[in-house]
Design a protein around this ligand. Structure first.
Ligand code: SAH
Ligand code: DHB
Ligand code: MG
Length: 228
């Protein structure tokens, strides 16, 4: 029982619970046509992000790592008409594909794709006094610790910070791993653990993207965990 079964179950869940979705299917087709790496969240994960943002009533969303805009559009779909989303992407080609997908899906007026290394764009958001209700971190994993710090800076009490790819086939438990992605996740987890302003957990997932998972950290009203 492995990856093939996980992928088959994802197909089943997609058919049963998500149904046909011409907009999202077109995005994945366009991304493949443009030769983008298939690093988008899966459909069931995208719907999960959409539901999280809905449950949270998020009106402003920040994403770090746009790729072709697949997760971006799932999150953008959750917004009320006055909500907005900022997404950061360093690769100009990825950003162009994403902008086209976002335009075609009708979300261009509410989605701001900022091209450039996230670490160059994040200070501008702070200067603009932006605060976000939900922040999705899904870019270069070695930078996860510093992205988490920025996420805290761009948060208000009640902000939900979600981080993708934190399990990495289980390699996250390998203390001495030479993989900088694993070390990035481990250092971020240590920061989260030491951070009294958040209440956090992580979930392992299997599916058509293999074995991985999400972490989430809720920025607390005050620094007492009991108030989470
Ligand atoms: N969130 C997307 C997948 C993102 S893949 C989805 O689920 O659909 C990771 C993306 O982060 C890639 O497009 C990569 O180009 C981008 N990235 C890598 N390093 C970056 C950096 N320093 N700043 C901003 N984006 C970066
Ligand atoms: C990779 C990055 C991702 O964000 C993802 O969801 C899957 C894979 C990667 O860089 O390999
Ligand atoms: Mg990811």
């Amino acid at each position: 029982m492995g990856r093939e079964r996980w992928a088959a179950v994802d197909r089943y869940l997609g058919d049963q619970l998500l149904g046909p979705d011409a907009v999202m299917e077109a995005v994945l087709r366009e991304n493949a046509r443009a030769g983008l790496p298939a690093h988008d969240v899966s459909p069931t994960q995208g719907k999960f992000l959409f539901l999280l943002a809905k449950i949270h009533g998020a009106r402003s969303i920040l994403e770090i790592g746009t790729l072709g805009g697949y997760s971006t559009l799932w999150l953008a779909r959750s917004l009320s008409p006055s909500g907005d989303l900022v997404t950061l992407e360093s690769d100009a080609t990825h950003a162009e594909v994403a902008k086209r997908n976002i335009e075609r899906a009708g979300f261009a007026p509410r989605v701001d794709v900022r091209v450039g290394a996230a670490l160059d764009s994040l200070p501008a958001l702070a200067d603009e006094q932006r605060r976000f209700d939900l922040i999705f971190i899904d870019a270069d994993k070695p930078s996860n610790p510093v992205y988490f710090e920025w996420a805290l800076r761009l948060s208000r009490s009640g902000t939900l910070i979600v981080i993708d790819n934190v399990i990495r086939d289980g390699q996250v438990i390998e203390e001495g791993s030479p993989d900088p992605n694993v070390q990035g996740v481990r250092r971020m987890n240590a920061m989260i653990a030491a951070e009294p302003r958040v209440s956090a957990t992580a979930l392992q997932t299997v599916g058509n993207k293999g074995y991985d998972g999400f972490a989430m950290a809720l920025v607390l009203e005050d620094s007492a965990e009991g108030d989470a």
